[in-house]
Design a protein around this ligand. Structure first.
Ligand SMILES: [Zn+2]
Length: 285
């Protein structure tokens, strides 16, 4: 199975890929630019190209994550323009790096409008403006929310509905965050088969391109987004085993990327080793 972790670009895009490979990963995630800013980055094309070639040579798959302030439901015109330019910049970087796509959280409307549909309309409008201008291969990967702040974007139904309503759905896939799914209550640790049945019936599964593999520090339906190391949180090893062994996940070659807190004693290389041991039987089959 294709396990990986979020790698730093301190040493450039190629550096992130090299770190991932050196630590036993076959997938990784990176920030295309400063994660705290939406400022467009004039990136180093050669470093990105070198990353792409390295990944091809070593069979690595990568995804990226938009900066934290990215919100597809931003209403204020100036900030909306900045957000659109920033996501297009992220797409250009990930395309040059040969990544599957860039993960964008489902938008969260925080304005004064009381019509519950308003936030979704804003999000569709923003996505359409981005996708109309984007001609590359790299996808936008919409991620399910944990429900912190408000409950917008926590369900598979919302993700699929947005996908149906945008103008260029072929340019958008999904990234499922397991901690968010658990925190929001759609996966309670005991109903993985039901989650997958629903995902197939809704048409979510066919567009699933990446997994954020995270345990949760808080219980299901806590709506709190705090990641824990796999098997050491409220989701636990048994539930992860069921998830990883399900046909919908094991047969897909999806990047399974950790966004878990690494400690000195137990870092991402150790966590990947643990995951490989947990799924050892699958490799043997
Ligand atoms: Zn995530």
């Amino acid at each position: 199975m294709r396990f990986g972790f979020h790698a730093s670009i301190r040493e450039g895009y190629l550096g992130a890929a090299e770190t991932a490979l050196a630590h036993g990963a076959s997938a990784f995630q990176y920030f295309p630019k400063n994660p705290r800013s939406l400022t467009v980055k004039a990136f180093d094309q050669r470093s990105a190209e070198a990353c792409r070639r390295f990944c091809e040579e070593h069979g690595l798959i990568s995804i990226a994550h938009t900066p934290y302030p990215t919100n597809l439901c931003t209403e204020e015109p100036e900030l909306r323009a900045v957000t659109i330019a920033s996501v297009l910049n992220d797409l250009a970087i990930t395309d040059a790096c040969g990544s599957v796509g860039v993960v964008v959280h489902f938008g969260q409307y925080k304005g004064r409008e009381t019509d519950p549909l308003y936030g979704y309309q804003l999000m569709i409008k923003t996505l359409n403006e981005i996708l109309e201008q984007w001609q590359g291969q790299s996808l936008i990967l919409l991620e399910n929310n944990a429900g912190q702040g408000n409950r917008m974007g926590t369900t598979l139904e919302e993700l699929v509905q947005i996908h149906k309503l945008i103008k260029h759905p072929q340019k958008v896939g999904f990234c499922l965050d397991t901690c968010h799914a658990f925190a929001s209550g759609i996966w309670n640790g005991n109903n993985w088969p039901d989650v997958m049945t629903k995902a197939r019936e809704l048409g979510y599964l066919e567009h699933l391109r990446a997994i954020h593999l995270n345990d949760s520090m808080y219980p299901t339906q806590s709506y709190r987004d705090r990641h824990a190391q796999i098997g050491r949180g409220e989701i636990g090893e048994k539930a992860f085993r069921e998830m990883l062994f399900s046909l919908e996940i094991r047969d897909r070659d999806l990047p399974l990327v950790l966004e878990t807190p690494a400690t000195a004693a137990y870092g991402h290389p150790e966590e990947i080793r643990y995951l490989k041991e947990l799924t050892e039987e699958l490799v043997a089959q």
